[in-house]
Design a protein around this ligand. Sequence first.
Ligand code: SF4
Ligand code: SF4
Length: 402
Amino acid sequence: MRFPLPLTLKIARTILGRRLRGTDHFATVLQLEPLHACNLACPGCGRIREYAASVKEMMPLQDCLAAAAECDAPMVSLCGGEPLLYPRVAELVSGLRAQGRIVYLCTNALLMRQKLGETLAERWRRDPAQTDGLVDLLVSEDLLSAADAETIRHPRAQPAPPVIESTRWFFWNIHLDGLETSHDRSVKRQGVFREAVQAIRMAKLLGFQVATNTTVYQETDMAEIEDLFVFLGSLGVDGHTLSPGYGFAEARRSEDEFLTRQAVVKKFRCVEDWGRRYPLFGTPVYLEFLAGKRELACSAWAIPTRNVRGWRGPCYLIADAHYASYAEMLAATDWGRFASRQDSRCEHCMVHCGFEPTASLGIGARRGDLLKNIWFQFGPRPRVKLHPVHAYNSDSASRELP
Ligand code: SF4
Ligand code: SF4
């Protein structure tokens, strides 16, 4: 299976329950942005520009948990900004878990090893004998410094901070837009790709589930993205999401950087094949849409965004207003207009958060779609055929697969 069975069943149960109650519009994934501060300044990022005036603000923990409870989405994607800068991120994750939700933590990975070190320290406190060998292994793999290992083995007396623990209900979701040169260029800082790879390796050794998300831009080389999937397969990454970048005004770096519909279809003509060969998350119906084989309506109401200013409407990309509640946003928005993309800003949009829910909820489904989606999800997980990839391609230190 591509995605753990209990998580799939939880999502299916939620959808079925809403359908049986006759609810037209409901949340399947909440995109929760507890803050917009970030330790990077990627040129393609709309958030750090749109919310520059409120970049120092954060949602109180109780507002984050209340937002999740209000929309009652089975899955919460913690994003931002960089959510690992949120001081109470571990409490937020455990609070969402206590509500029974699946949690994805979307990160650029720069602070991830620090957080994983806290998890390791907590494990050592609980069971030093069981954890000691892992600490040694991480040091030998150059994923933990000897000094940090020493600190873990000699914890200070004060109460330990809350930590993020590995559970089947939690995924690290790391943003990677290419191999080393391309990714570092896309985030405008050298070394970010290498750090992300180290963080992935450490997370896997600590038993975490790890996914990645990739945005495809005009300049993206799709052959390189395929190499990226092979490389990530060698690291044991559990799955990937892929979406075309979309040039909402605040994020636009240049007029030709984001993709038109025609350009998306051209770029993604390989994507159905990738769905068979790599553990892409989502549905084959959305992949057919990206490959230009069918039309889908937009269902942005299913993946709402909540941030410091409220519920962003109508969608992750367009902010016509921020509402006090999800219910208010649902009531105030003309969803028919956005579903059929009558709004000119939607013209070229094919993004994951607008159209994947349409595919997964079976809206406008054709005969055979349900079976296709079930087979994609419940059939055997693709085995990635590994081959050497020059992932570290920025300088003379180029290396092959670890
Ligand atoms: S890491 Fe994410 S939130 Fe931070 S600047 Fe880049 S795209 Fe924006
Ligand atoms: S098509 Fe949907 S997701 Fe895309 S910009 Fe329009 S409302 Fe937003």
